[in-house]
Design a binder for this molecule. Structure first.
Ligand SMILES: NC(=O)c1ccc[n+]([C@@H]2O[C@H](COP(=O)([O-])OP(=O)(O)OC[C@H]3O[C@@H](n4cnc5c(N)ncnc54)[C@H](O)[C@@H]3O)[C@@H](O)[C@H]2O)c1
Ligand SMILES: [Fe+2]
Length: 435
């Protein structure tokens, strides 16, 4: 393809990409319009999902006031677990099943939006819990038909769950993070009101910012769509179709916005000017990874989150051991960029420059290292833990981490340089500490 040499046709590779664009409303104050939006989607009785912290905050007050004004009946479910488990998805489903609802609203972070998606699915098309869960852990059964309308309203900015057909959870019996992925899980509307970020603790701002950054860099540096094998059924291209010209645009701008704002957002006493660019960056990266797909940092993150022993994250309310998603991703990223740099150096250099690194006169062969160094510098300035050791792992855990990450073929194959098992173990070793 003439758009970029990166998309030159590969042997047996695909010759087309698709563009899935979520419906989004973006702007300060937009949450107060949710009543009209719910009405327009035909909702009369709403299952309203949030979590115990967000339930007490302004966005829930604004959304419930607007629903009331529109004459829409609703019931609030505020028991969503942060970083949800199958137990939490099942409890959310029981609420939906008993309530006789015709619509869903979620106001909160990725944990809340994902719980609402899963509850909508299992209450509308009940089945064994593992039926819809991604293979090989579950059966990856497609969602049988349309779900009830869902309006997702993020109060964080990292996950872009409002843009995706993905619901992530921790499967307790396997100590593994996995998910459910199907286009029908995508909410009908996302309402992104940047003022919702005003109360977000700074540690969560940092973790969200690096999650966005990693979505964008992973999508930009993913294997080109033209080198992914063409699908057997031309109507069924995978969600993660590889880097493509559409997601490139969104991702480069997302990286630039994170680079320009994340340090101030975490460290400045008054960070209000950063809410809008951060939330917009999160949305752009969501559109980017929703079309291109992530690769190694996210692949490794599911092992890092799933095998947690006693790490608790300062700034998060839970005293349960947990490595928050954004942290579990970014601790792997510098090691990955040093490894993938040579596979598409121009793209790593573009990302480093967009992130604010000085790339004047730099040699292309150093691109992966320049990007890694820039990320490490920003991790240090924003209080992110120092690699895997910083979240409680040591050399003794490398085998177990690799065992968890290596089966995630979809994410490994989307890397510009898919590692074998030994190399993946080496990446975990390289990610143990950075300074
Ligand atoms: N569905 C997807 O596409 C997708 C993508 C990436 C991650 N995820 C998942 O999303 C979850 C993480 O979501 P997250 O990072 O958005 O955070 P979260 O929903 O887990 O919330 C983190 C904490 O922030 C609090 N919080 C949220 N908004 C707040 C606000 N405005 N002010 C004060 N506190 C606030 C919450 O109560 C919670 O304690 C993980 O389970 C992750 O695996 C999903
Ligand atoms: Fe993520």
């Amino acid at each position: 393809m003439a758009l970029d040499p990166y998309f030159e046709p590969g042997d047996g590779g695909d010759n087309a990409f698709t563009v899935e664009a979520p419906k989004i409303k973006f702007g300060p104050g937009s949450l107060s319009e949710i009543g009209d939006d719910a009405k327009a989607l035909g909702m009369t009785r709403v299952a309203f999902y949030t979590d115990p912290t967000v339930a007490k905050l302004e966005p829930v007050a604004i959304a419930t006031k607007s629903l009331k004004a529109a004459g829409i009946d609703f019931e609030i479910y505020d028991e969503t677990e942060v970083e949800p488990t199958d137990r939490s998805f099942k409890a959310g489903t029981a609420f939906a099943t008993e309530g006789g609802f015709d619509g869903f609203v979620s106001v909160g972070g990725g944990s809340v939006m994902d719980t609402a998606k899963a509850s909508n699915l299992y209450s509308t098309y009940p089945d064994d819990f593992l039926a819809y869960v991604n293979a090989p852990i579950g059966e990856a059964k497609p969602v049988p038909g349309p779900l009830k309308p869902h309006i997702a309203c993020p109060t964080t900015f990292g996950t872009a769950s409002e843009c995706t057909g993905i619901a992530v959870f921790d499967l307790l019996e396997m100590e593994a993070k996995t998910g459910i992925a199907h286009a029908r899980l995508r909410p009908q509307l996302g309402i992104l009101d940047p003022t919702a970020l005003a109360t977000l603790p700074r540690a969560i701002v940092a973790a969200n910012g690096f999650d966005v950054f990693s979505h964008a860099v992973e999508s930009l540096t993913a294997r080109p769509f033209s080198h992914r094998p063409a699908p057997e059924d031309s109507t069924k291209r995978p969600l993660g179709q590889g880097a493509n010209p559409y997601s490139d645009l969104a991702c480069q701008e997302a990286i630039r916005l994170i680079g320009a704002n994340i340090i101030d957002a975490v460290n400045e006493a008054d960070n209000a000017a950063t809410y809008e660019p951060l939330m917009f960056a999160g949305m752009l990266a969501g559109i980017g990874f929703g079309n291109a797909g992530c690769h190694l940092p996210h692949c490794m993150s599911y092992a890092v989150a799933g095998l947690v022993r006693d790490y608790t994250a300062p700034g998060w309310p839970s005293n349960q051991p947990m490595v928050p998603h954004g942290i579990s991703v970014i601790v792997n990223a510098p090691a990955v960029f040093r490894y993938t740099g040579p596979a598409c150096p121009e793209r790593h250099m573009k990302a480093a420059e967009a992130m604010g690194a000085d790339v004047e006169g730099a040699a292309l062969e150093d691109a992966g290292n320049i990007l890694a160094d820039r990320v490490i510098d920003m991790m240090r300035q924003t209080g992110i833990p120092n690699g895997l050791r910083g979240v409680g792992y040591s050399e003794d855990d490398l085998e177990a981490l690799t065992d968890r990450a290596f089966p995630q073929k979809r994410l490994l194959d989307n890397s510009p340089l898919p590692p074998d098992r030994d190399r993946l173990l080496g990446l975990f070793r390289d990610a143990l500490s950075y300074w």
